[in-house]
Design a protein around this ligand. Structure first.
Ligand code: SF4
Length: 221
């Protein structure tokens, strides 16, 4: 568990996926407020718009389904929106207004593509679970990631190790945020598909600053 943050210091929970992929990408988007949309991210937004239809509420047998639920955690210092939270009827669950019985919260996050090589999606989903636990005063032991391309659900158990990764990432994000610091370029496999590559200039990796890079390019020309 980390310290309690003030609401004005909350960061966007959705930034966790950027941060786990590339700290610089997260800082460019969230610290420097820069953003360059490419086709990939626009597609992602459209996919999410479908999942975030807040007007829908469904009951399917012993499962209640809510969409676009606003969530927050003062221990992580984060706020965000859950694509879908299912509430499964369970003796271990909590009471909900308008529904008899007790219900176990179960977050489901929609992703457009396939499971990633890194753990960004797992960390983001686990952060949602930590928010739900704080808000509902309950335990949320597992959830699922739904991948649009394979149309499959991947069950995720929120282990202590995964929770600690979330807390460590949140601490580091707050530290960078407070310092207003953008980590330096570390070129990686994913740079080519990165929507910020034009801003970031992956070729900066060795030369250090934008002006050095531009001068080097001018000499080459
Ligand atoms: S281009 Fe590469 S280093 Fe730069 S922000 Fe994107 S992923 Fe990170």
């Amino acid at each position: 568990m980390i310290g309690m943050y003030r609401e004005e210091d909350y960061l966007m929970l959705s930034g966790l996926q950027h941060f786990m992929f590339c700290r610089r990408q997260w800082a460019l988007i969230h610290v420097e407020q820069q953003w360059a949309e490419n086709e990939r991210t626009v597609d992602g937004h459209l996919f999410h718009a479908t999942a975030h239809d807040g007007s829908r509420f469904e009951k399917r047998g012993d499962i209640l389904i809510t969409r676009g639920l606003n969530i927050r955690s003062s221990s992580l210092g984060m706020t965000g929106i859950c694509d879908v939270v299912e509430f499964h009827r369970s003796e271990k669950g909590v009471s909900l207004p308008d529904f008899a019985g007790t219900w176990q919260a179960y977050p489901v996050e929609y992703k457009k593509g396939l499971p990633k090589e890194n753990d960004a999606d797992l960390v983001q989903l686990c952060a949602q679970a930590i928010c739900l636990e704080e808000m509902l005063l309950c335990e949320v032991p597992e959830g699922s990631l739904f991948y649009g391309e394979s149309q499959r659900r991947l069950r995720v158990e929120f282990s202590e190790e995964l929770r600690e990764r979330v807390c460590a990432a949140a601490r580091e994000m707050h530290r960078l945020w407070e310092q207003g610091y953008t980590p330096k370029v570390k070129p990686k496999k994913g740079c080519n598909a990165c929507p910020l590559k034009e801003i970031c200039i992956p070729g900066l990796g060795r030369s250090g600053t934008a002006s050095v890079y531009i001068q080097k390019k001018l000499r080459e020309d």
